[in-house]
Structure formats: structure tokens, C-alpha cells
Design a protein around this ligand. Sequence first.
Ligand code: GCO
Length: 479
Amino acid sequence: MTKPSQSTGPNSLTAQVEAERHVLGPDFVWGVSTSAYQIEGAAAVDGRGPSVWDHYCRGPGRIADGDSGDVACDHYHRYAEDIALMRELNIRAYRFSVAWPRVLPAGRGAVNEAGLSFYDRLIDGLLAAGIEPWLCLYHWDLPQALQDQGGWINREIAGWFADYAALIGRRFGDRVPHIATFNEPSVFTLFGYGFAWHPPGLTDAAALHQAIHHVNLAHGAGVDALRAHAPRASIGAIHNVQPARPLTPTAGDEAAAGLLDEYWNKAFPEPQILGHYPPALARLIEPHVQAGDMERICRKVDWLGVNHYSPLYARAAEGAPLGFAWADAPDNVPKTQMGWQVDTNAFRDVLIVLDRRYRLPIYVLENGAGAADKLDPSGNVVDLERVGYLAVYQAALHAAIAAGADVRGYFVWSLLDNFEWGSGYGNRFGLIYVDYPTQRRIPKASAHWYANVIRAIRAPGNLEVDPGSGPSGRPDRET
Ligand code: GCO
């Protein structure tokens, strides 16, 4: 005859939530992320100039179903509804990007006041709803007018970017506490200049190396501009960090993975935070580096933004422009419907390694799963695969924090289903389903699940199971 241990009683539930809360801390930031071109639509409204993505999407065969971000989620007109939904879902922070061509239609020079006022309305609406705005300056939608002047291969772009950063800092720096310079610079440089999957659609190693260096210079100049014009904001950059694995344990594939690791994981955070390029890239980029550049790039930042989804695989490919090719994950590993490997240990380890290497507070600014979600006949989207993905990745997040990684926030990609670049609208990442023909928003099961996670951790008193009145309020049961 034993008394039930406390660990099986309802009070232990409170204790468990308290423990989670202790690991995460009461100030842990729970958010969602989006980006301008993927959700705003209104591509030719109120004076917005064209971006490289508007231009690129017009090319035949580039985007699934010939789609574009012309309308997307029409968030430009529906932002107030989207803020109200976030509020209902307990979301504490919202990361969005400013469309450079909406505020500077030609990339520099004349300012478009209507574009700036859209972001005024958005930011003020978020603040009124108690949601912290996180602003990213660049999520890939370069003004086409700057592309026409060479884009990222023109060294002058660092100055153009700094002027844009100053404009945004002056206008919004009093209300936006966190500003990022770039989102995933490795993706738009590697895909745009190395593999022709993104604008400007090149496979040109020399152009890629130039672009990498100029993006880094723009980051440094942007940080300086933000310090000068948004002195109250905390500043960082957002990098996607994912282990790069060899497809097979052969010397060729190992070398390919090493190179992919440098391009994908190190080309930007290493120079920006530590002041040098990783070894193989240092040799390739050296022709573009001028005296004083590494000091220009390595400016103090306040935090590290990390996006993470899945490990990557590479294989040797002689004769390929960069000497390696991408490979799919092996068949015998768990994957999401969209084929991305689920490996939570990789996520945990990335967070621990980044914490030790860069010694900056970390915010996970993207994590999520894509699927071809469908409305069921009752009008719901029961996306259990996404719930499972988020739950196991959040467990890995807890493990990383318990192991000492200084992670202070977690943002799901994405608030809404949206324009998923080359795969158009078929690959849905939202917590909220978007019925594109009507623009109706339908929170998926994962949205309700996420709202509960946030509520339970932020307000542990609100447990659905009545925790009773404590050990003395409930007689021990003899068995
Ligand atoms: C990214 C992207 C998002 C994608 C998401 C899913 O930063 O890669 O920021 O734009 O939509 O990652 O692929």
C-alpha cells in the first residue's frame, strides 16, 4: 500500500509547467515571422516600385504554377485583421520585413511616404495589441532599379543599403525595439548567384563571391546607420544554420559538405561577428576585399537571429560551378510531407554550438513545417504533422536551453500560408490557413496548439486541469 507520489497528482502538472517556465524564463519571447514579398501583395499599389522578385516571377517556368507575390495574402490591406488574429492566438512578438521598394521605389532617392505610412499603421497596430514588432530590413526583395545598376555585385550597394537603414531607423526606431539587417543572406546569395533558383538567376562563382562580400559590407554599414538613427533599438542579423552533411561517407562528399557548410552557415556570421571569413571562402573572396573591409563588416551586434528547419546534404559534383551539388536526405530518415528531414538533435546542437561560438543572445526567428494543407469538409485544417513537428522542435529548444544555450525567443515560420518562393502557394507553412480566392483566414489546429503553449507557459495558473488547492487540500488516496 503506497501513497501515490506527488509526481502523478495534478499538482505535479503545475510543477512541470513551472519547470518549463523556469527553463524558458517569464520574458521568453513567443512569436511568429513573415516577410513582405511573401504576404503583402499590393505590388503596384500606392507607389511601390518593382522588386527583383516581381521581375523574376515573370520569367516562364521559374515559379510553380506561374505564381507571383502580386496579391499573396493581401496583408497590405488586411493587416488589421492579421494583428487581431495574432492577439487572439496569444502571440507576443511579430517579425516582419519592410519592402525596400515600397519605401524607396527606385532603391534610393525619392521616398514614398505612402509606403512608410503603411508600416506606421502596422507598427502602431501591433503596439496597441501588445505585440512586440521585430523589423527586418531585407528579406530578399531588392528594388529592381538597384539590380539594374548591378545589385549585390556593385560595391556601392553598401552605401545604398545604409541610406535605406537610416531612413527606416529614423522613422521607426522610436517604436521598434529589435531591428535585423538581413534575413538569410546565404540563401539569396547562393540561390541567386550560384544556382539560379532565385533572382538574379545566375550560376557565376565570381559574382557570388562578390555578392557575399558586398552583403557583408552592407550589413556593417547598416548596423552603423541604425546605431546613429535608431539608438534605442537592439540590432542583429538573421542566419539560417543547418548542419551540412555528406550524402555518403566518401572524401568527395565530405569535401562538398565542408564547402556547403562554409557558404551556408559561415559566410556571414563569421565575418560579421568574428571578423574573418572561413578558410576556403577566405581564399575565394580575397580578390574582392579592400583594406579596412573586415573592420567595416564586423560591427557589434546585440543578438543572433537563427532560422532552422532541417539538416542539408551535399555531394561532390565535378564541373559544377561551385564544385558541389545538393542532395536529398537519405530515404530512411523521418521527413515532413514536403521532404524536409526531421532531426531535433540537429536543432539542439546548432543552438548549443552557436551559443558557445558567438556568445550572443540567440532568438530562433524561424522554425516550422511545410505541407499541402487542405480544408476538411467541416471547414477546419487539422495539421497534426505540423503540431508534431513544432512540439518535438520545442522540446529540443528546451534541451538546448537546459544545456546552457542563451536562447531568448522562438518564432514560428509562419503566421500565414504565403508565397513560398519557387514553390509558389502549394507549400503551406502557416499556423493560419489562407483561402486565397476569398482571402479568408482560418486558424489551423497548430495555431490553437501554439496559443495554448504560450498561454500555459506564460500563465501557469491557467491549467485546464484544476490543480486543486495544494497537497493539504486533497486527501491522500490509499490504495
Ligand atoms: C527563409 C525564409 C522564408 C521561407 C521559409 C520556408 O528565410 O528561408 O525566410 O522566407 O519561406 O524558410 O522555406
